[in-house]
Design a protein around this ligand. Structure first.
Ligand code: NAD
Length: 496
């Protein structure tokens, strides 16, 4: 195999990466020979290119994964675990290189890209630890001459489809449980962030996985997504992306009754009671909203404040937005927030803010594009806080996938929970209070897959994560993630 040698880390400002696809253990171009450019969102410059795959490439990748599946599924959990631990080691070796690619193509600050790249290795370790611990059950039956057992079998070929906001962590969330369970994988990264993922996969594969266990295809989802999702040899689709795309995938999956897990959009509420530690709550709100330039599924997207602390909270959050979230090039060491990922992404956030302002919202921080030569060519937008936002405005009703947040004032917890739940989404949620009774009610009554109490919205490897309502279904993280990649089969044994 031609991949896997840890290359010399390139200079971030000079690198132009030419990536391939990994299919059946070989690094290949698209059969058509076509490629697509990948650009830096901070200045529009081309930073690399990848093959522009088509249906024939998807078919080759799925066929390679299907051919590799029986032997990989039959390998002992101990051997799968060993390979995954080695893959984690290989991934650690390339963290700096992968992080540079990620910062370049995605726009996030280099320091944050490094954290994300290192998370891949951590995720590999976590699921490697589970690969040799899969087991079934013994079930007594009414008839004493018989008994039942359950065995757990890997589902087969997994199509893993990921978005551009956290390309590496969201790839690892699918790849790692799939490998641990004994599934083979065809990964399709977002077409605007394929470089870091491809390099990470090459490092992982170089641990010695058999050819065809891990494959990649590149290309716009609109062009190759349907072929991948509708492929008869794909047994499971693990998707993260927009709710609208998720709906389309569900429809396509129905053709072959392919199982799906969907990690979709969110509009997470944060409730701050009048007994909360306001300083801590504003710190969590700022990180929860402005990290990754607000392009996160789990993020503080609507804030509900009790009257007693509302003014203090708004003042402090606006101060943090203006002073702490320095915009800039992703490779400048003092940058806290890079550009938005695309022109369309910035236009969307601007339109959502503009709609609220036109309808009477007050801008407490941000609210318009930054000026200056360093921002002229990129998709920059500042940390933005809005008050008096109409509850039927776009800011309140849609997912805001950028660094802008509306704050609302509520009279009590009943009103806060009712308003927090008044959305089609149900991904994360949080409450800040010193009152255990309030915290418990929020945990029990907020419609979401996660509730943080007095804490920053960070997902943990150990805890299952997934949405309710139109935020999707199925779990990533935790032991529960394995369930999506395993089928529990019942066996009855009678005396012969
Ligand atoms: P997107 O839906 O546009 O794209 C996601 C992936 O799907 C990409 O790889 C894309 O190429 C592919 N795709 C597009 N059309 C397809 C089709 N017809 N068939 C198959 N694949 C197709 O999402 P995005 O804009 O890249 O990501 C942002 C969205 O993702 C936000 O809504 C965000 O909330 C959500 N998200 C959710 C989670 C979560 O865990 N719940 C995590 C991160 C992001």
């Amino acid at each position: 195999m031609t991949f896997g040698a840890p290359a010399q880390a390139p200079d971030p400002l000079e690198v132009t990466a030419v990536a391939k696809m990994l299919i059946g253990g070989e690094l290949v171009d698209a059969k058509s020979g076509k490629t697509m450019d990948v650009r830096n969102p901070a200045n529009g410059e081309v930073v690399g290119d990848v093959p522009r795959g088509a249906a024939a490439d998807v078919d080759a990748a799925v066929s390679a994964a299907a051919a590799a599946f029986p032997a990989w599924a039959a390998l002992s959990g101990t051997k799968r675990a060993k390979l995954m631990h080695e893959a984690a080691r290989k991934m650690h070796e390339v963290v700096d290189e992968v992080a540079k690619l990620l910062a370049q193509e995605q726009g996030k600050p280099l320091a944050h890209a490094k954290i994300e790249a290192a998370r891949v290795a951590e995720n590999l370790e976590y699921f490697a630890g589970l690969a040799d611990k899969l087991r079934g059950d013994y079930i007594p039956l009414d008839d004493p001459a018989k008994f039942g057992i359950t065995i757990r079998r890997p589902v087969g070929v997994v199509a893993a489809i990921t978005p551009w906001n956290f390309p590496l962590t969201l790839m690892a969330n699918k790849l790692c449980p799939a490998l641990a369970a004994g599934c083979t994988v065809v990964l399709k990264p977002a077409s605007t962030t394929p470089l870091a993922t491809q390099r990470a996969i090459e490092a992982i594969a170089s641990a010695g996985f058999p050819a065809g266990v891990i494959n990649t295809v590149h290309g716009p989802g609109g062009e190759i997504g349907d072929t991948l999702v509708g492929h008869p040899k794909v047994a499971k689709i693990a998707f993260t992306g927009q709710t609208e795309t998720g709906k389309r995938i569900m429809q396509l999956a129905a053709k072959n009754v392919t199982r799906v897990t969907l990690e979709l959009g969110g509009s997470d509420p944060m409730i701050v009671a009048d007994d909360a530690d306001v300083r801590r709550a504003t710190a969590a709100a700022a990180i929860g909203r402005f990290f990754n330039a607000g392009q996160a599924c789990l993020a503080v997207k609507r804030i509900y404040l009790f009257e007693g602390i509302a003014q203090e909270f708004m003042t402090k959050l606006a101060e943090r937005a203006q002073k702490e979230w320095k915009l800039g090039d992703q490779f400048a060491t003092d940058t806290k927030m890079g550009p938005l990922h695309s022109e369309q992404q910035r236009s969307e956030v601007e339109a959502q803010v503009g709609d609220a302002v036109k309808r009477g919202a007050r801008v407490l921080a941000g609210g318009k594009r930054p000026e200056g030569a360093e921002f002229a060519k990129g998709w920059f937008y500042p940390a933005t806080v809005l008050a008096d936002v109409p509850e039927d405005s776009r800011m309140a009703t849609e997912e805001v996938f950028g660094p802008a947040v509306p704050v609302f004032i509520v009279k009590d917890l009943d009103e806060a929970i009712t308003k927090a739940n008044a959305t089609v989404y149900g991904l994360g949620s949080s409450i800040f209070t010193r009152d255990m009774a309030k915290a418990r009610r929020a945990a029990e009554q907020l419609d979401a897959g996660y509730t943080w109490v007095n804490d920053i919205q960070v997902a943990y490897d150990q805890l299952p994560f997934g949405g309710v309502k139109q935020s999707g279904y199925g779990k990533e993280h935790g032991i529960e993630a394995l369930e999506g990649y395993l089928e529990k089969k019942s066996v009855v044994l009678a005396s012969g």
